[in-house]
Ligand binder design. Structure first.
Ligand code: NAG
Ligand code: NAG
Ligand code: NAG
Ligand code: NAG
Ligand code: NAG
Length: 320
């Protein structure tokens, strides 16, 4: 490689370095409580969970007569609480928005949001409150569940409701099982994402070292195809990861929103996570393109004139 061309190698070196850092960060986001929490793959907003209970309570126990006595007491509890809250904010008309509704999750003992990361799931509350314009995330707990089932929302909510102030269970909320079915599809996608991202981190890291090698040893022609192969594998892993996020993410979110609306659950894709994985993909593809160009140039050169090494070999053979 010519001396000037040698410094061009710094470009893929930096691209591979950035890609390595970004894929590592997205892989480890949420791994420690509060670490890059806003880079979740998907986040469930549960601040209005149990809104159907609220409607029942507001109906003044119309349903209550039909159900068991335990439930009567429960609805009575919520109704009292609701009436108190309304007393404090008289101008609220249908009450679903605003101060009382914002405290619904806390009243039931559950978190206001649950997030899915590649390596674990977290939960917490919106700060200052769920209806603020751009609330920040207050993380209360993260769990490293088994890789194939990041978030068993059914189990978590049921547990939290049982130990919560009202001692409910999911059945009281008329919880549709289909929400967990949709979450399980997302959980499977996360498992695939985990594998692909480990490969992406590995290949982009290796690519970084091979680019450094190519910079330090510009004469080594063997590094060109090696860089091409590793860079391409890194780019492929990144593309597959981004595709999984781009396809499974919106689909899962849409379905959870469909099933969850009635019980007050909504889901949202992590836009920041998506943007970062797109950048990492673009950069790794840049590395692969650079080495493809180098590889083609090298081949053309080798065809036009045998490299000095080959010439020497020929001369040696002739000398023998
Ligand atoms: C939520 O927080 C915002 C910003 O602090 C505040 O203006 C708003 O009144 C709060 N809403 C409720 C329901 O407390
Ligand atoms: C986060 O939550 C904890 C406990 O719920 C609370 O003490 C703390 O003030 C919250 N932090 C913010 C920034 O809201
Ligand atoms: C969470 O959901 C509630 C009710 O659907 C909504 O009012 C609130 O704006 C949402 N909060 C965030 C931060 O998305
Ligand atoms: C965090 O979650 C785990 C599993 O759900 C639970 O065992 C643990 O008690 C929780 N920790 C806190 C501080 O809530
Ligand atoms: C989720 O938790 C529930 C209740 O503990 C359990 O029945 C179910 O098998 C769990 N699902 C998965 C996929 O682990």
């Amino acid at each position: 490689m010519a001396p000037v061309a040698r410094f061009f190698v710094l470009v893929p070196l930096i691209l591979a370095l950035v890609s390595f850092v970004l894929t590592s960060l997205t892989l480890f986001a949420g791994n420690k409580q509060g670490f890059m929490e806003d880079y979740a793959v998907v986040r469930l907003n549960t601040s209005m969970i149990g809104r159907n209970l609220l409607d029942k309570a507001k109906d003044g126990g119309k349903d209550a007569g039909k159900s068991g006595s335990a439930k009567d007491g429960l609805l009575g509890d919520i109704k009292n609480w609701w009436d108190d809250a309304k007393g404090g904010a008289k101008d609220q008309i249908n009450g679903i928005k605003g101060a009382a509704a914002d405290k619904l999750a806390g009243k039931l003992g559950v978190s206001q949001w649950y997030s899915l990361h590649i390596m674990d799931s977290c939960e917490g509350n919106w700060s200052p409150n769920a209806t603020a314009l751009e609330p920040s995330l207050n993380v209360t707990n993260c769990t490293a569940s088994s890789p194939s089932h990041r978030l068993n929302l059914t189990e978590m909510l049921d547990h939290e409701l049982k130990v919560g102030p009202l001692k409910l269970n999911l059945a009281d909320l008329d919880w549709p099982d289909s929400i967990q079915d949709k979450l399980d599809v997302l959980n499977d996608a996360l498992m695939a994402l985990f594998v692909v991202y480990v490969l992406a981190v590995g290949f982009s890291g290796l690519s970084m070292f091979l680019n450094l090698g190519a910079f330090l040893l510009p004469g080594k022609a063997g590094l060109v195809p090696l860089n091409l192969v590793v860079g391409t594998l890194g780019g492929l892993a990144c593309i597959i990861g981004t595709l999984i996020v781009a396809v499974a993410g919106p689909k899962g979110v849409r379905e959870i929103n469909d099933k969850g609306a009635r019980v007050g659950i909504s889901a949202e894709r992590g836009i920041k996570f998506y943007i970062v994985s797109c950048i990492a993909t673009g950069f790794m593809l840049g590395v692969a393109m650079f080495w493809l160009a180098q590889f083609l140039a090298l081949r053309r050169k080798n065809k036009a004139e045998p490299s000095p090494g080959e010439k020497e070999e020929k001369e040696e053979k002739e000398a023998c």
